[in-house]
Design a binder for this molecule. Structure first.
Ligand SMILES: NC(=O)c1ccc[n+]([C@@H]2O[C@H](COP(=O)([O-])OP(=O)(O)OC[C@H]3O[C@@H](n4cnc5c(N)ncnc54)[C@H](O)[C@@H]3O)[C@@H](O)[C@H]2O)c1
Ligand SMILES: [Zn+2]
Length: 368
């Protein structure tokens, strides 16, 4: 396995994404991209540190003048400004300057946080992404969105900052817990739902191979998801238009994430938010009853939730959707499905429709 995609960020600018099965080609690609002869600070979390930091450090050492490793406690609750500040201090104490490099090694939490620190330290230094979760390989490591949470409000502080390259060792996905793997599948399913009906069908029909993490199947879904995301972010790098389609499932998903006080994983909340958004689309006549149920039930074989606890408060979740950033002049830019494989942005979704979508997650057992 060895594959490559290129993301254009300007007429003569862009970065490569390498899909590999180990870390052995990392030095070669770093050199090809002019990323040698620097100090390199690996930023990782407490779990990934024990699994892959040594391999990455050994691969980078011959290339650079020095390596350092900054480790923070794993988990979304550490994706905040306190951890960013610790990282700034770490870099300052070791006199990192503008020519040096940050290496984000881990899942979306590491990528978002390290990318944000790279965007802001000394007004911006270079960084690369080495994603190690299904979610970060298929979604968060490309597109240049970086940021951290503020008082549990998701991604409230952030910046666009493009990586210099993205290197994936897909064998790292083998050590992910079943729950983390499932969480990544929510974003993969989202890609099919918003952009590619054939891909959606492929996912529905290959759930066994996907869940078994069959190498070829995984490579296929990572590549197809990346192509979909690449095509969207190339056309709309700063989310002026179509890039917002990638927020499908996220308006209600983020509200649920906050409502549950981060006890549910990001992808689990995206699954629930996607079902609610599909329900609103169905109620508006864009999806048939069968299509809606198929979408809802396809999350089940991937071990993703399709219901909320029955004591969940829909009004409270609705309130939390208002603090999501995806607003324009006070209106939520909601992403709906026109049909399977095609999404649209809609600013006319009412509170009542959102409440219905959320209630459906609480009541859906009674529907069967
Ligand atoms: N920037 C973007 O465009 C974008 C897009 C989607 C999601 N996100 C963000 O991504 C974050 C979620 O990312 P995530 O799901 O990767 O979470 P994560 O980074 O917290 O990783 C999940 C858990 O898996 C562990 N882990 C990572 N790689 C592992 C491996 N190979 N083997 C075993 N354990 C491993 C981590 O230590 C962590 O405990 C959220 O904060 C979300 O907001 C960002
Ligand atoms: Zn997401």
């Amino acid at each position: 396995m060895s594959d490559k995609l290129f993301v254009k960020t300007g007429p003569d600018d862009g970065y490569s994404i390498y899909l590999e099965k180990d870390f052995s080609s990392l030095p070669k690609y770093m050199e090809e991209n002019g990323l040698s002869g620097k100090r390199m600070c690996i930023v990782t979390d407490s779990t990934v540190n024990g699994l892959y930091e040594k391999d990455v450090r050994e691969a980078l050492t011959p290339l650079c003048t020095r390596t350092d490793t900054f480790v923070f406690e794993a988990g979304e609750e550490h994706k905040n400004l306190d951890t960013v500040k610790d990282l700034y201090v770490f870099l300052t104490e070791r006199q990192y300057d503008r020519k040096d490099l940050i290496v984000a090694l881990g899942g979306g939490v590491v990528g978002d946080l390290a990318g944000f620190a790279a965007a802001t330290y000394l007004r911006g230094i270079s960084f690369i992404q080495i994603p190690t979760t299904l979610l970060s390989c298929t979604d968060s490591s490309i597109g240049g969105k970086t940021g951290v949470d503020l008082d549990n409000y998701k991604n409230m502080v952030g910046a666009f900052h493009m990586p210099k390259l993205v290197y994936m060792n897909l064998s790292t996905l083998g050590t992910l817990s079943a729950r983390q793997f499932a969480s990544g599948m929510a974003e993969v399913i989202k890609h099919g739902l918003i952009k590619d009906e054939a891909y959606y069908e492929y996912i529905v029909n290959n759930f066994n191979e996907i869940n078994e993490r069959d190498g070829e199947t995984l490579e296929h879904i990572v590549k197809r998801s990346l192509e979909i995301k690449r095509d969207v972010v190339e056309k709309d790098p700063k989310e002026q238009g179509d890039r917002a389609l990638l927020n499908f499932g996220h308006t209600i998903g983020h509200a649920i994430e906050k409502y549950c006080d981060l006890s549910l994983l990001h992808g689990e909340c995206v699954a629930l938010g996607s079902i609610a958004a599909a329900y609103i689309s169905y109620k508006r006549g864009s999806l048939s009853t069968e299509e809606f149920y198929e979408i809802r039930d396809m999350f089940l074989p991937f071990f993703l939730p399709i219901t909320l606890r029955d004591d969940a408060d829909p009004d409270e979740i609705l309130k939390l959707t208002k603090s999501d950033k995806k607003m324009q002049s006070g209106k939520i830019r909601f992403v709906l499905l026109k049909k399977v494989g095609k999404a649209c942005i809609d600013t006319s979704v009412t509170d009542e429709e959102i409440l219905d979508g959320i209630r459906q997650l609480i009541l859906s057992d009674e529907w069967d």
